[in-house]
Design a protein around this ligand. Structure first.
Ligand code: BES
Ligand code: MN
Ligand code: ZN
Length: 503
C-alpha cells in the first residue's frame, strides 16, 4: 500500500473518506462535501442506522456534485477523546472496510477533525496512516490460488491534511515502527519447517545492513559457556540450537549509560518434548518463538529510526522435540549461572532457555534494565485472557514505565505478583530448583520466579505474551495471525525513558 499526504483532495479518487462524530455530527471536511452534494450525506445518514460511532461506516454511492463515485462517512465516536490510538483505530478499521467493498484508491480527509482536541492535526493524520498500514499487513506468501475477489484491493492512499509535509515527517517515524512490527509478524507466522534456530538466526543477521551488530553463537560455543539449560532443551532436535546477540549502538558519543537489554524466548517449535503435548492445536506451537521475534523486530525499529541509545537483544533459539537424544523428565542440567535444575517436565522448556539467555545477557552487558518476552505459560491465558499480557518485575519503577508504554500503544500489561512463597514452590529435593511449581497452581508466577533466579539484582521485567502473540480474530490495527505484540510497546518504553535528547 502506497501512502502519501496532500493538502488537496485528489480530484478523481475512487473513494473519498470523511469523518463524522457521534450523534451524526459531521466534521468540517464532511460538511463541505455535504454542501457540494446538496445534502447527500445527511440524507444518507437519515436513511441508515449510522450514528457516527467508532467503527461505523456509511457509503454514499454516486452522489451528484462531486467527481468521486463513493463517499465514505467514517464514524469516529466522541470528538473530545481523540488521541493517537483513536486515529490508528480509525485508519485500521477503514482499511478493513475499503478492502471489503473493493476500493483500490482512496483519499481520507481529516481536515478539521482535531479542532478542539489535544492531538495536533498532523499527528492525527500520521496516525491514521499508521493504523492503515498496520491493518494492511498480510502474510500471503503461501497462497497460490486465491481468487482476485478474495484479495485485499486497497493499494493507494492519500491523507488530506493542511501542513501535509509535517504530517508526512511524523509518519516517517511511525512507518519504521510498522517495518519492525511486520518483520516480527512475518517471523511468527512462518511455519517451523521454514523457521528453525539456524534459519531464524539467518533472518536476524539481515539487520546488520541497518547497522545492528549481530553475533550468532552455535552449539559448540554455548557448550563452552556452560549453557546446559538451553542446550538440554535443544538436544532432542535434528536442528542445532543457536543464540543470537544483536547490538544497536545509537547513544551519542561519550555516553556512559549501560545498554537497555531485551531477551526473547525462541522455541521455533514446542512439541513439549518427551512430556509431549496432545495433538489438537499443537500446530500453534510454531509461534513459541514470538518472544524472540519481538526482540528481533524491536531491534529493527530501533536501528531503522536511529534510536539514541545503546540497546542489546539476546534470543535463545531451540526446537523442543522428543527423540532418542531428547532430555528426559528427571534429568538434572547445570545452567551457565552454575545453578542446577531438575527437569520435571520437558514441556516447561521456555524458562530453561531463558535461564541461560538472561544470565548471559546480564553477565556480559550489565544492562541498566533487562526486559524479557516469552510465550511462557498456558496459565497466563487462563488468568488474563488475551486483553492483557502478564507483567512480572522486581522493580516498581520499570513496571510503571512498561504499563504506561502499554497504555499509550494499545498493548496493555497487567502486573502479577512475585514473592518468596511462590519462589519456594520451585525448590527441588535433589537440585537447586525444579522447572515446575506445585501442579497447576500459580503456573505463570512460579515460571516467573524461576526466571528471577537468573537475573540477580538487575532491574528486570518479564512479559508473558502467550495469549497475545497470536490472534484468531482481527482487531483494528492487528489482522488475525501473528500480532507483533510488544514491538510498539517496547519501542515506546525506550523512546519515553532511555533515549538521549535530540541535539
Ligand atoms: N509454550 C508453552 C506455553 C503456551 C501454551 C504458549 C499455550 C501458548 C499457548 C510452554 O512451553 C508450556 O508448554 N508451558 C507449560 C508449562 C507447564 C508444563 C508447567 C504450560 O503452560 O502448560
Ligand atoms: Mn512447552
Ligand atoms: Zn514453550
Amino acid at each position: 500500500m502506497k501512502i502519501s499526504f496532500s493538502t488537496k483532495t485528489p480530484a478523481a479518487t475512487e473513494a473519498l473518506v470523511v469523518v463524522a462524530f457521534e450523534k451524526r455530527r459531521l466534521s468540517r471536511g464532511a460538511v463541505e462535501i455535504d454542501a457540494k452534494t446538496k445534502g447527500a450525506l445527511k440524507q444518507a445518514m437519515a436513511a441508515d442506522r449510522f450514528t457516527g460511532a467508532e467503527n461505523e461506516f456509511l457509503d454514499v454511492l454516486a452522489p451528484a456534485g462531486v467527481k468521486t463515485r463513493r463517499v465514505v462517512v467514517a464514524g469516529l465516536g466522541k470528538a473530545d477523546s481523540l488521541d493517537a490510538l483513536a486515529a490508528q483505530k480509525l485508519g485500521g478499521n477503514l482499511v478493513a472496510h475499503l478492502n471489503r467493498v473493493g476500493v483500490k484508491r482512496a483519499a481520507v480527509d481529516v481536515d478539521g477533525v482535531t479542532d478542539g482536541a489535544d492531538i495536533a492535526a498532523t499527528d492525527f493524520a500520521a496516525n491514521v496512516a499508521y493504523g492503515m498500514r498496520l491493518r494492511g499487513y498480510r502474510f500471503g506468501k503461501y497462497r497460490t490460488k486465491e481468487k482476485p475477489k478474495d484479495k485485499p484491493t486497497l493499494d493507494k492512499l492519500t491523507v488530506v491534511v493542511r501542513r501535509a509535509r509535517t504530517a508526512s515527517a511524523a509518519f516517517g517515524e511511525l512507518d519504521r515502527i510498522a517495518d519492525g512490527v511486520f518483520f516480527t509478524r512475518d517471523l511468527v507466522s512462518e511455519p517451523a519447517n521454514v523457521i528453525y534456530p539456524e534459519s531464524l538466526a539467518r533472518r536476524a543477521r539481515t539487520l546488520s545492513k541497518l547497522g545492528v551488530k549481530v553475533e550468532v553463537l552455535d552449539v559448540a560455543r554455548m557448550r563452552k559457556l556452560g549453557m546446559g539449560a538451553l542446550l538440554g532443551v535443544g538436544q532432542g532436535s535434528a536442528r542445532g540450537s543457536r543464540m543470537v546477540v544483536m547490538r544497536w549502538n545509537g547513544a551519542p558519543k561519550g555516553s556512559k549509560a549501560p545498554p537497555v537489554a531485551f531477551v526473547g524466548k525462541g522455541v521455533t517449535f514446542d512439541t513439549g518434548g518427551i512430556s509431549i503435548k496432545p495433538a489438537g492445536g499443537m500446530e500453534d506451537m510454531k509461534w513459541d518463538m514470538a518472544g524472540a521475534g519481538v526482540v528481533i523486530g524491536l531491534m529493527k525499529v530501533l536501528a531503522g529510526r536511529g534510536a539514541r541509545l545503546d540497546a542489546v537483544g539476546v534470543v535463545g533459539l531451540v526446537e523442543n522435540m522428543p527423540s532418542a537424544t531428547a532430555q528426559r523428565p528427571g534429568d538434572v542440567v547445570t545452567s551457565m549461572s552454575g545453578q542446577t535444575i531438575e527437569v520435571i517436565n520437558t514441556d516447561a522448556e521456555g524458562r530453561l532457555v531463558l535461564a541461560d539467555a538472561l544470565w548471559y545477557c546480564r553477565s556480559r552487558f550489565k544492562p541498566r534494565v533487562m526486559v524479557n518476552l516469552a510465550t511462557l505459560t498456558g496459565a497466563i491465558i487462563v488468568a488474563l485472557g488475551s486483553y492483557h499480557a502478564g507483567l512480572f518485575s522486581n522493580d516498581d519503577d520499570v513496571a510503571g514505565k512498561l504499563i504506561a508504554a502499554g497504555e499509550a500503544t494499545g498493548e496493555p500489561l497487567w502486573r502479577m505478583p512475585l514473592g518468596e512463597r511462590y519462589d519456594k514452590d520451585i525448590n527441588s529435593d535433589i537440585a537447586d530448583m525444579k522447572n515446575v511449581g506445585k501442579g497447576r497452581e500459580a503456573g505463570s508466577i512460579t515460571a516467573a520466579q524461576f526466571l528471577q533466579r537468573f537475573v540477580d539484582e538487575t532491574p528486570w521485567a518479564h512479559l508473558d505474551i502467550a495469549a497475545v502473540a497470536w490472534s484468531k480474530t482481527a482487531a483494528a490495527t492487528v489482522p488475525k495471525g501473528g500480532t507483533g505484540f510488544g514491538v510498539r510497546l517496547l519501542d515506546r518504553f525506550v523512546a519515553d525513558n532511555y533515549e538521549a535528547k535530540k541535539p
